[in-house]
Design a protein around this ligand. Structure first.
Ligand code: NDP
Length: 272
């Protein structure tokens, strides 16, 4: 059978995740683009987020609310849209329960002629914090940790199982790339109002390092990319003006763009 790589990318409706699916799909990779709701995946468009380079290239979007961790991990049925050229989008459906859950496409897209395998997971979904730690209520704390850390951990665990299963017929090494933040690194500037956010990203960084060691025998690359400030992003625009100012000030004039981050992801993916 012919082999086709699939990338699962979270946070793909907007910002950095959108730039990542744009890049991957423009290079011929089939993408599963995740966002939090039916409404947000209805904005994921062919020709904008997703591009098609060859006949066997498929795309799907899925709506999963990661703030609902761990409940979402037990749900096998997710609302999604399948995009297939030349008519798109073709199917809008509530996927039938299968042991593959959100990785159902690896089975349902595959045929005796074409085999789709999981080549890449990019955990890019993230939410920020709107107030100082002392003013943040426990529900908001749980949301930040569930989206920025716990859901990434669950997705890594799920992806690893499929990557290991696909090892039998795929020679290329699969990759997991987690999107952290400069605020979650040791050299980070300390910005008041980002305590929980920075903690979730620091934890994601450390988790990725230890996970890499835990699965070192499996030839799956685990990386974290820690972007600096992306001024054009919704995430930054939604922050309190004083925090925006502080971030700009402490991170210096050096800022980055969603396209630059997407090309870093592409380089890591092709290097694996
Ligand atoms: P945006 O705010 O532009 O987009 C966030 C993405 O995450 C959207 O696709 C959104 O989906 C998804 N998301 C948010 N909440 C949930 C949820 N509950 N369940 C599922 N998906 C969810 O963010 P950016 O593109 O700016 O950031 C992307 C990543 O990069 C984040 O992890 C962020 O922490 C990190 N980062 C960003 C920086 C910046 O300056 N912007 C700097 C450093 C790191 P929906 O459309 O459904 O809401």
């Amino acid at each position: 059978a012919k082999l086709f790589p699939v990338a699962v990318v979270t946070g793909a409706s907007r910002g950095i995740g959108k730039a990542i699916v744009k890049k991957l799909s423009s290079e011929g990779v089939s993408c599963v683009a995740l966002a939090s709701s039916r409404k947000s995946i209805s904005n994921i468009k062919l020709g904008d987020h997703l591009h098609v380079l060859h006949d066997a290239q498929r795309h799907r979007s899925l709506a999963i609310d990661f703030s609902d961790w761990p409940k979402w991990t037990q749900i096998k049925k997710h609302y999604g849209i399948d995009y297939q050229m030349p008519k798109a989008p073709l199917i809008e459906s509530n996927y039938v329960a299968s042991e593959f859950g959100l990785f159902d496409m690896l089975r349902s897209w595959s045929s005796p002629e074409n085999k789709y395998y999981l080549a890449l997971l990019v955990n890019c979904a993230g939410i920020t914090q709107a107030s100082l730690s002392v003013r943040t209520d426990p529900t908001t704390m749980a949301r930040i940790l569930n989206v920025n850390l716990m859901s990434c951990v669950s997705l890594c665990n799920m992806a690893i199982k499929h990557m290991v299963r696909d090892r039998k017929f795929v020679r290329r090494n699969p990759s997991i790339i987690n999107i952290g933040s400069i605020l979650g690194t040791e050299s980070s500037p300390v910005v008041a109002g980002t305590s929980l956010y920075a903690a979730s990203k620091a934890a994601l960084n450390h988790y990725s390092r230890v996970l890499s060691e835990e699965i070192s025998g499996l030839d799956i690359a685990v990386e974290t990319v820690n972007p600096g400030l992306v001024p054009q992003s919704d995430m930054i625009k939604m922050l309190d003006i004083s925090i925006q100012e502080q971030l700009r000030h402490s991170m210096g004039p050096e800022s980055t763009s969603t396209e630059k981050i997407a090309s870093i992801i592409w380089d890591l993916y092709t290097r694996a």
